[in-house]
Design a protein around this ligand. Structure first.
Ligand code: GLN
Length: 327
């Protein structure tokens, strides 16, 4: 029997996962961005937000960590909201690369063929597409306001992280200019890269990230603030992208194990979306070899198993229900 998804069951599942995972060792903080190497490695928190707005949290869920690559999700959504999903598919794509997030080879191999906004190349390309709002720093305002509407909170850049990342992002600079070479960037490469670096440096809590995920799960309506943030038709598009490449070269293993569309960041955060049901986020800095948080992925896998969140398992539940109704 699939457990009921209400506050009590979700709270139990989070607590159970937290207790089982908290002593997990292994992995190490990202160190190619100096700021991230110095975040306390023992921090660990899990939060969930149901599509009725109920928020449940355990552990370090108020700590503001670098959102990093999880920010690729809101920007991909914003590009689809502004241009339509088909145009983003045509201009960037939705294919897995099967390669690390910052792969240059992936660009060379697919130079005539788009990839996905959920790896660095596609994300920098998505930043280049964003239409500005307001009259100052318009593209950035557009991205920041969208993230804030999704998570229902004011968030900002962690200045030290932004500086640390800007001073060391040589690989991403190469990506931006390589994209220019292949006509796959739609604005100035340096400006687009700076937008990308800024969005990665946004500080966010696990609770806010869970709410952001829940807004996606709820078809674009923030379940806490009630604001309509994006068109409902984009939820299956962004969750398909997350399912395809959310864990980079480990995505297949993750999906096989959990059936949960999720996106990771090298700040240690992971956000999972269960369409129609809930958003869930976990945070712990030590990462595996692909740059995915060791504890956060264990915690989300544990919760997905406890609550029966595997999307690909939905038919079994439906058949069971149909048979019960007939009996
Ligand atoms: N800002 C980081 C980078 O570009 C994000 C990577 C990640 O979280 N996977 O390298």
């Amino acid at each position: 029997m699939t457990p009921k998804i209400d506050r009590q069951h979700v709270a139990q599942a989070l607590r159970g996962a937290y207790d089982r995972v908290k002593n997990t060792t292994g992995g190490k903080n990202a160190d190619y961005i100096p700021y991230l190497a110095n975040v306390p490695s023992t921090l660990f928190g899990i939060a969930a937000c149901l599509t009725d707005g109920t928020v449940v949290a355990v552990g370090d869920t108020e700590y503001r960590f670098g959102i990093e690559s999880v920010s690729k999700v809101p920007t991909a959504l914003l590009a689809m909201q502004q241009y339509g999903a088909q145009e983003v598919l045509d201009r960037i794509g939705a294919d897995a690369t099967g390669l690390p997030f910052n792969s240059i080879i992936a660009i060379l191999l697919e130079n005539d063929h788009p990839s996905t906004p959920l790896v660095n190349a596609g994300a920098i390309s998505a930043c280049s597409l964003i239409k500005p709002v307001g009259d100052r720093d318009g593209k950035w305002q557009s991205i920041l306001r969208f993230v804030e509407a999704l998570c229902g909170a004011q968030v900002g850049v962690i200045d030290e992280l932004y500086r640390s990342e800007s001073e060391t992002n040589f690989n991403n600079r190469s990506i931006a200019w390589l994209l220019k070479n292949y006509n796959r960037i739609y604005d100035d490469p340096d400006l687009s890269l700076d937008l990308y670096t800024r969005q990665c440096s946004i500080g966010i809590t696990a609770k806010e990230l869970a709410t952001l995920a829940a807004t996606i799960a709820a078809g674009g309506r923030n379940p806490v603030t009630g604001e309509e943030v994006f068109r409902a038709e984009l939820t299956p598009k962004i969750t398909a992208m997350m399912a395809t490449v959310g864990f980079y070269e480990h995505t297949g293993d993750w999906l096989f194990t959990t059936g949960l569309p999720a996106k990771t960041g090298v700040g240690g955060g992971i956000m999972g979306v269960v369409p129609g049901v809930m958003g869930v986020a976990a945070f712990a800095p030590p990462l595996d070899s692909a740059g995915n948080s060791v504890k956060a992925q264990r915690a989300l896998a544990d919760i997905a198993a406890q609550l029966g969140l595997n999307l690909f398992d939905a038919p079994r539940a439906a058949v069971r229900e149909a048979q019960a109704a007939k009996a």
